[in-house]
Design a protein around this ligand. Sequence first.
Ligand code: DQA
Length: 154
Amino acid sequence: MTMKISVLNGPNLQLLGSRKVEIYGHVTLETIEKRLREVARELNVEMSFMQSNHEGVLVDAIAAAKADGCDGIVINPAAYTHYSVAIRDAIEAVKLPAIEVHLSNIHAREGFRHDSVTAPVCIGQIAGLGADGYEWAFRALVNFIQKQQNATRN
Ligand code: DQA
């Protein structure tokens, strides 16, 4: 069966390309989606991609990923990273491997960005590599799931 990955983006990421370009760069979310669609095609993986400014919509999207038979999640929870227990609980509840991605290096920014409440329920975090981080997160997740599937087959 074809692997399925859900890519979720939190608040204000629809503004990429014009928002704080010195921190987030010039690449738009649309360009990131296009690139990931190319990578998904290359890896023969199905991908859904969404952005929402609303916490509950993201919680629903995490539950929907499970219900729709997705194998894993790439998520940039944006500002919710730092305080959304609801998103953290949703990731933990679905028991899908998730990789958290941030364009900026949150650990080198303001103190309130250093903590992620969501990272502990993810298999890993990629931060500070700009838009490319999405591609690395996607490839790493596919690789992780493939290894997991091979291990259960043997
Ligand atoms: C971000 C980092 C967050 O602290 C911030 O609130 C964002 C974007 C990033 O991708 O670097 O909106 O998640």
